[in-house]
Design a protein around this ligand. Structure first.
Ligand SMILES: [Zn+2]
Ligand SMILES: [Zn+2]
Length: 478
């Protein structure tokens, strides 16, 4: 630890516990004890008795191991001790030897607490600040820099994070003499990289197009000066002059930024961004209203790419994203002035989800495309399938006529039926036909998921017929 000028952020004070009434009633003795311990620890912290504070926080953590506030406070105490040790003049230890106190050990313990805190609350700005502090004390500046940047994605206006980013940048520059820092005049103050596709706001500030609209998903103010902005991705164009200057002066960095951007909008063939809502079947059409910030970001990226995303449901048995999804194409996209999107989508093809992870708040999946297993030409199974499909087609047609007659007085139902009839595929593509058949009646999500998982066309057609016949009986008995 040689760096004498390390200034850490966000550790001047600790947070107090906020009472939770329900908890108090449930478990009053240990709850009171927990509060006493944390209050005592916070008092010790504020009087610079950090070791005592750590002992009390540790006691509290024994009672309640997964409390982000207590973990964050103990982390801050470790960091303060560590900072004290780093900045202690060498002459001090001649009078007061340090009994086994090692700054690296304390920074390591701080890092563990910050990590736990971040696992509990991945969008906590405080956790990002504390983790970056710990990494800086461990002299892992590049990693600290990355953590600060992802923290700034959550809150671009955090003063602590802004100070930390300056700090890590200069330290990295100092530690690695080969990196000569370009002046940051052309940096976006949101992502702190070279501006890509610059947009200059009416208040005169420039940002990457994607950064500005991502920030505006949370609030419609300039990320730098907080002026309220009345612009939208629709009405806003890129500053051509600024873009030319950037492209001419920093060609390599510009190319890198372009690639980075394309990796987000044009995904690999086996990657699919996911909209987690409901089971959609191929050939099904539906309308979506996109208002959540994370999905607005996803839709903007998709619209710059191939206009396709996966629709998936939460599997009620596992509580996680279901193992099968349907790729939908955005056939119509209306960007509303308030930043929402109104979409019309159409189911295209099915996939099996191999793995999925979080990317900027939404899910991305690694997938494999699946199709029904079609029996070979001339086999008995094939003849059986063709026979089933022919009979199903005839039945569907007569069902459609009866249903339309029955719906004469009901304009909405009639319009639905006419639309469904219009979409009827030929039986040349039995798989497509089987999905159309199944969408004629309203199915529960679990039933639709079953249909999506199935790889046997014959089975699906038969299932569709059972549903239709059940609906018919229901109609006639009404
Ligand atoms: Zn940017
Ligand atoms: Zn501004």
């Amino acid at each position: 630890m040689s760096n004498q000028s390390i200034v850490l952020e966000g550790i001047d004070d600790v947070d107090d516990l906020i009472s939770n009434e329900e908890e108090e009633n449930n478990n009053s003795i240990s709850h009171t004890h927990l509060h006493q311990l944390v209050n005592k620890a916070n008092k010790a912290f504020r009087q610079n008795r950090f070791e005592e504070a750590i002992n009390c926080y540790s006691g509290a953590i024994n009672i309640k191991p997964h409390h982000p506030v207590i973990l964050g406070n103990r982390c801050a105490a470790y960091l303060r001790i560590c900072q004290f040790l780093v900045h202690r003049p060498a002459s001090d230890s001649e009078y007061r030897p340090l009994s086994g106190l090692d700054p690296t050990v304390h920074a390591g313990l701080a890092l563990k607490d910050a990590d736990k805190m971040m696992n509990l609350q991945s969008d906590s700005v405080k956790a990002h600040i504390l983790k970056a502090d710990a990494l800086i004390l461990l002299q892992r500046f590049e990693l600290a820099h990355d953590i600060v940047l992802s923290g700034l994605q959550i809150d671009p206006s955090s003063v602590h994070l802004r100070n930390l980013v300056r700090m890590t940048c200069t330290t990295m520059g100092r530690n690695n003499h080969e990196i000569t820092l370009r002046t940051d005049d052309f940096d976006c103050t949101v992502c702190l990289k070279l501006i890509y596709e610059p947009i200059t706001t009416p208040c005169g500030h420039s940002f990457c197009r994607s950064c500005l609209f991502q920030a505006m998903d949370r609030c419609n103010r300039c990320p730098l000066c907080r002026t309220i902005l009345f612009i939208s991705p629709r009405t806003c164009s890129i500053s051509v002059t600024l873009n030319n200057i950037i492209q001419k002066n920093f060609p390599e960095e510009y190319a890198e930024r372009k690639l980075e951007h394309e990796n987000l909008t044009i995904m690999g063939a086996d990657l699919l961004p996911l909209f987690v809502m409901d089971v959609v079947l191929p050939c099904q059409k539906l309308q979506l209203n996109i208002f959540e910030p994370r999905y607005r970001l996803m839709v903007r990226r998709i619209m710059e790419g191939n206009r396709r995303m996966g629709m998936v449901t939460i599997d009620s048995t596992s509580g996680s994203v279901a193992d099968h999804a349907c790729e939908v194409e955005i056939t119509d996209c209306e960007a509303l002035p308030d930043g929402r999107f109104f979409l019309e989508v159409e189911g295209r093809r099915r996939c099996h989800i191999i793995d999925h992870w979080d990317q900027d708040g939404y899910r991305v999946a690694e997938i494999e495309w699946i199709q029904d297993i079609c029996p070979a030409e001339g086999t008995e199974e094939r003849l059986d399938l063709e026979d089933t499909v022919q009979k199903a087609e005839a039945f569907a047609k007569s069902w459609m006529r009866t249903a339309q007659e029955a719906a004469q007085g009901d304009q909405v139902r009639l319009a639905q039926l006419l639309k469904a009839e219009e979409l009827m595929p030929t039986t040349n593509d039995p798989e497509h036909f089987s999905f159309w058949l199944a969408t004629l009646t309203n199915r529960r999500p679990s039933q639709r998921l079953d249909l999506l998982r199935m790889r046997d066309t014959n089975e699906r057609v038969k299932r569709g017929l059972i549903y239709l016949k059940a609906a018919e009986q229901f109609c006639t008995t009404q």
